[in-house]
Design a binder for this molecule. Structure first.
Ligand code: TRP
Length: 334
């Protein structure tokens, strides 16, 4: 029997290279070996976008197309919409008795996010909503509703997984051994730097390259990338290790080219403008098959609907099964 994997993502914007190298690429490898549930976490997205339901709805479809474009195979992965699984909401209510408010307030991921969302939650988080504070509980329900054993996530999600395991232990100690403690698998690359040299690529940081970016956009972004600031003239030798253009060549170009680029850069026989132009070409080549697959789904929205419908049906039947066990254990199986 294949082990069960559950992971999810919030539909708040298109996927960028950070998502791809930090998570998505890894998912396309795992899909062969696991029973894979991939959740479009629209309910979680609403916890900090409750005032913008249009944005969430639109991005459910955007994200779905992005995931199919990177090679998530709907014949192997149950791609589903969180809000269509009422059992998750039900579990969230029961789990909320098993976690203290103080514990949620100490969750490092939640803390960081609150401080990033001052407009929504106030300078010191004084306007934090019950829903946002509680989203780790809902995420524990996401995972356990499908009996998730393995959760592939980036390192920013580890506190959420730890919180999930605590809830599982608490549940089992009170109601009996019903739930499994999920294990994490971290992606090899967990964080992708921005073209501006920032440690993290992110929408809010304005330094992201999106999988849907067209040629003009890619050109503009790459021409503005940060290079070795000690290199003044075209023929100065430079240090590729501090250059974002080299960093991206390593992500999207082939090994032979990367080696040539590295030695030419160190020798001073390679200008930055030329190097950027080559990166634009390599990036276009890298994105081409992704964008081609995406176009198929853009042209066939019925196919996207069908995939989501079938994925959601499969997920729902698994969640119903799991919920029956939970209700029995909690003695509410009337
Ligand atoms: N919290 C994740 C994010 O912000 C998305 C998510 C929702 C998730 N449910 C999940 C991740 C369950 C792993 C497991 O991207």
């Amino acid at each position: 029997m294949k082990q069960t994997i559950l992971t999810g993502l919030r539909p708040t914007g298109n996927l960028h290279l950070g998502h791809y190298f930090g998570a998505g690429q890894n998912w396309t490898k795992l899909q062969d070996d696991y029973d894979f549930y991939l959740e479009i976490a629209d309910v979680q997205a609403l916890t900090d976008n409750f005032d913008n339901p249009e944005k969430v709805r639109k991005n459910v479809y955007e994200i779905t197309k992005d995931l199919l474009a990177i090679g998530i195979d709907p014949n192997k992965v149950h791609l589903f919409i969180q809000s269509k699984i009422p059992e998750i909401a039900e579990l969230t209510v029961f789990y909320s008795n098993l976690v203290t408010v103080a514990r949620l307030q100490r969750n490092p991921t939640v803390k960081t996010e609150i401080s990033q969302k001052k407009e929504l939650f106030g300078n010191n988080g004084e306007s934090i909503t019950y829903g946002f504070l509680g989203y780790p509980v809902s995420q524990a329900a996401d995972i356990t509703a499908f009996d998730g054993e393995v959760v592939p996530v980036g390192d920013d999600q580890l506190p959420l997984l730890e919180q999930c395991r605590e809830i599982v232990r608490k549940f089992n100690s009170i109601y009996g051994e019903v739930l499994k403690e999920p294990q994490q698998v971290l992606s090899k690359t967990t964080r992708v730097k921005g073209l501006d040299g920032n440690e993290k690529m992110g929408k809010s940081l304005g330094n992201a390259v999106y999988l849907v970016d067209d040629e003009e956009t890619i050109k503009e972004k790459i021409m503005g990338a940060v290079t070795d600031s000690n290199k003044i003239k075209k023929d100065d030798p430079a240090n590729p290790d501090v250059c974002m253009v080299y960093y991206y060549h390593k992500l999207v170009n082939n090994e032979e080219n990367v080696n040539t680029i590295c030695s030419e850069c160190k020798k001073g026989s390679r200008g930055c403008v030329q190097c950027k132009k080559e990166l634009i070409e390599a990036m276009k080549e890298f994105l081409q098959p992704i964008q081609e697959r995406r176009k198929f789904y853009e042209d066939n929205p019925d196919e996207v609907d069908r995939i989501l419908k079938e994925g959601t049906e499969a997920a729902r039947s698994k969640a119903i099964e799991q919920m029956a066990k939970v209700r029995k254990a909690m003695k509410i199986d009337y």
